[in-house]
Design a protein around this ligand. Structure first.
Ligand code: R5P
Length: 287
């Protein structure tokens, strides 16, 4: 088995390859002067089963993934397993307003043309681990919440797990079981893509170490609002773990609003990506 990493997942890809005992494939990934992506496979793949790991934060990474999968097919790979740890466009899984593009469906329709299997991690529109059909497209979803919970288990004295909205309740419940603590959720209303309103609700967090786990942090609006509410209700500390550190407005605003912040390496955020999903991906592919 040969594993190729796209440019967004170089370090994660290396770890997954080690977990799988796969050879690392080499490719040249560059940009043409006009910004278009140049791609060349340097490792022969004819008759080989290949894994390709690439997150699609940003349109360039998405195009790179499409080019890469088709290239492996053209070069004669016998099987292609696409692993998209962070699947972009997943938040547009419905037409929330009349006439809006169902972008999650469109992106998956394109992606699923090329590989034999498609695997992702905490896909935004799924709330469980397993195999799913989305508009007839099959994909495997891996849950990294228990890994985040395990990271915090010995670091927090008196934890209480808080889901930032009802959507992540199932994941949060699972993670709370892994820590052996109570859990609750917040009522969130999204006002715009930049602003959220967290409704005031009485929580039993006074004197406790609140832990918020979320699938992603984008602008940080959700976490900043949630941390403010938890602190106003007497939480001794507020820690945050998220699977996908998108951080569209940078990480500093979120960091300064909480006591500790950690994300996984579905998107490589250097030291903040302290939890690796490599083992989960390798295990899922082995299955
Ligand atoms: C929402 O349903 C998600 O679970 C996240 O809470 C949300 O996408 C985070 O976005 P932001 O950081 O922009 O508030």
């Amino acid at each position: 088995m040969i594993l190729f990493s796209g440019s967004s997942c170089v370090s994660l890809g290396r770890k997954v390859a080690a977990g799988l005992g796969a050879r690392l494939g080499e490719a040249k990934i560059d940009r043409f002067p006009d910004g278009e992506i140049y791609l060349r496979a340097l490792t022969p793949v004819k008759g080989e089963e290949c894994v390709l790991v690439q997150s699609t934060l940003g349109n360039g990474n998405l195009v790179e993934l499409i080019l890469f999968m088709d290239l492996l097919r053209d070069r004669g790979a016998s099987k292609i397993h696409a692993v998209v740890p962070y699947l972009g466009y997943a938040r547009q899984d419905k037409s929330f307003n009349e006439g809006e593009a169902l972008s999650a469906k469109t992106v998956l329709k394109v992606l699923h043309e090329f590989p034999d299997t498609l695997t992702t991690v905490n896909c935004h529109f799924l709330d469980k681990e397993g195999s799913f059909q989305f508009h007839g497209i099959e994909l495997t979803n891996i849950d990294a919440f228990p890994l985040l919970a395990a990271y915090f288990k010995d670091r927090l004295k008196n934890p209480v797990l808080i889901a930032p909205d009802k959507g992540s309740l199932h994941y949060a419940k699972h993670a709370a079981e892994a820590i052996g603590c109570e859990f609750d959720f917040l009522q969130k209303k999204r006002l715009t893509s930049e602003k959220v309103l967290i409704e005031t609700k009485k929580l039993s967090v006074a004197g406790k170490d609140a832990l918020i786990l979320d699938d992603m942090i984008s602008t940080g609006g959700t976490i900043i609002e949630a941390a403010r509410l938890l602190k106003s209700q007497g939480a001794a500390s507020v820690s945050v773990g998220c699977v996908h550190g998108v951080f569209s407005h940078g990480v500093e605003g979120v960091k300064s609003a909480v006591d500790s912040l950690v994300c996984t390496d579905t998107i490589d955020r250097g030291g903040i990506s302290a939890v690796s999903v490599a083992g989960l991906i390798a295990k899922s592919l082995q299955r």
